[in-house]
Design a protein around this ligand. Structure first.
Ligand SMILES: Cc1ncc(COP(=O)(O)O)c(C=O)c1O
Length: 416
């Protein structure tokens, strides 16, 4: 079969060499890692930055007055400043380090939500939210009786905005994923921000699948809260970022209590620290922040415009190759136009259960995620219990998509 060539601005052969894990063999095949939407791999530069920190600098931050403790504090706070700049934030104080984006959204619900919402107040979400940006609000519904409304999904796998004005009317907060982790669609955040603000509501944006793949500008989005997570953007696990407008953070009560987040403690009360430390109880993820900072250096070295162009080209290639090869045997979810989607492709294949499919693909070294992708309401909306999801990143190329297609053909033969 003639194969079209992907024109990409990235030198993927050189990039692959930066990721030691991609040298691995699995089941006697080269590792074809197509599960970066779940968690990306890390370049050597990130691993080295974290090792160097532990080997030369580690001490607890914000406490010690000896040299390495001051160096650790400086490195941790420099990481915060870098993340803030990467997100287009006005100041480093607007960036709170959390364990992951899930913790960030629980912070918004438990701190801002409990302080500002009452029984009967409404939050507008979408049917394509990841559980991380849905369940914290369902918990608040149970706890204090808020109401939830939802923007739906169109038949071609995009956000249905046809009833936006009607549904946003009277709500206090809107929650929206910038990119769906199942459909791959890129949502019109600014349009929803404008509608939310016109209705007097705040907007919380889930950037978990956006920031790793496209230049992020929280100011241009006009978001009020924005979350992303380190392990999907070449960084370590156990670090996420919650960005929020400074005046919101200032007014919000602390979420978790303990050391670091206080200015004073007496037996009859406490005074919280300034932002962002007010929201960082206990010893923070220091090495992880330094690893995330190195990941941002790596991404900026590639250029976020180039990262996006590369993924768009691979997406176009996959959207052409898979139906060409498998016709009606493959169902692709999400928009058909690569301009409108990120590098995430959920599929149904010949009625084979996605878990079985994923296990058979693994025998060819191809890693894809199978399941509900922590988006059960969206699965119900699509009328399936699960999909198989391939997702690509800076270290994937045309050969990886071809390997996926070849492995699918083998799966088809196996299940025939
Ligand atoms: C869109 C989206 N939001 C939130 C999350 C949660 O990320 P984490 O598990 O790092 O908190 C994910 C992870 O899959 C995601 O894809």
């Amino acid at each position: 079969m003639a194969r079209s060539s992907v024109i990409t601005p990235l030198d993927v052969a050189a990039i692959k060499k930066d990721f030691p894990i991609l040298d691995r063999q699995v089941h006697d095949h080269r590792l074809v890692y197509l599960d970066s939407a779940s968690s990306s791999q890390r370049p050597q530069a990130v691993l080295d930055a974290m090792d160097r920190y532990y080997e030369h600098t580690h001490a607890n931050v914000h406490r010690g007055v000896y040299l390495i403790a001051e160096e650790a504090t400086a490195a941790y706070e420099a990481a915060r400043a870098k993340v803030a700049r990467f997100l287009g934030a006005g100041s480093a104080a607007e960036g709170v380090f959390a364990q992951n984006v899930t913790e960030g959204f629980n912070l918004v619900a438990q701190s801002w939500g409990r302080a500002n919402l009452r029984a009967g107040d409404t939050v507008l979400l979408t049917e394509m939210e990841h559980h991380a940006s849905l369940v914290p609000w369902l918990m608040l519904k149970e706890a204090i009786g808020i109401e939830l409304r939802y923007l739906g999904v169109t038949d071609d796998g995009q956000l249905d905005l046809s009833r936006l004005d009607e549904l946003v009317d009277g709500v206090k907060l809107v929650g929206l994923t910038a990119v769906s982790n199942v459909l791959g669609c890129i949502n019109p955040v600014r349009q929803v921000a404008d509608a939310a603000h016109a209705a007097g509501a705040l907007l919380v944006v889930d950037g978990a699948q956006f920031t790793p793949h496209m230049a992020t500008d929280v100011a241009a989005m006009d978001a009020d809260f924005y979350g992303c997570t380190g392990h999907k953007m070449l960084g370590p696990t156990s670090i996420g970022v919650l960005w929020a407008r400074a005046e919101l953070l200032e007014a919000m009560p602390p979420f978790l209590g303990g050391g670091e987040m206080i200015r004073d403690v007496r037996l009859d009360g406490f005074e919280p620290n300034e932002v962002p430390w007010k929201f960082e109880a206990g010893t923070p993820p220091i090495a992880e922040a330094i690893g995330l900072s190195a990941a941002i250096d790596y991404l900026e070295g590639l250029g976020m415009e180039q990262v996006r162009a590369h993924e768009r080209a691979l997406t176009a290639y996959a959207l052409q190759t898979l139906p060409d090869r498998f016709g009606d045997d493959i169902t692709l979810y999400g928009p058909a136009d690569p301009e409108r989607r990120s590098g995430v492709l959920s599929v149904g294949f010949k009625g084979i259960h996605p878990h079985d499919l994923s296990q058979v693909l693994d025998q060819s070294g191809v890693c894809v995620r199978a399941g509900h992708h922590c988006a059960k309401p969206l699965m119900r909306c699509l009328g399936v219990s699960a999909t198989a999801r391939a997702s690509w990143y800076v270290y994937n190329d045309e050969a990886d998509i071809d390997a996926l297609a070849d492995a699918l053909a083998e799966a088809a033969a196996f299940f025939a």
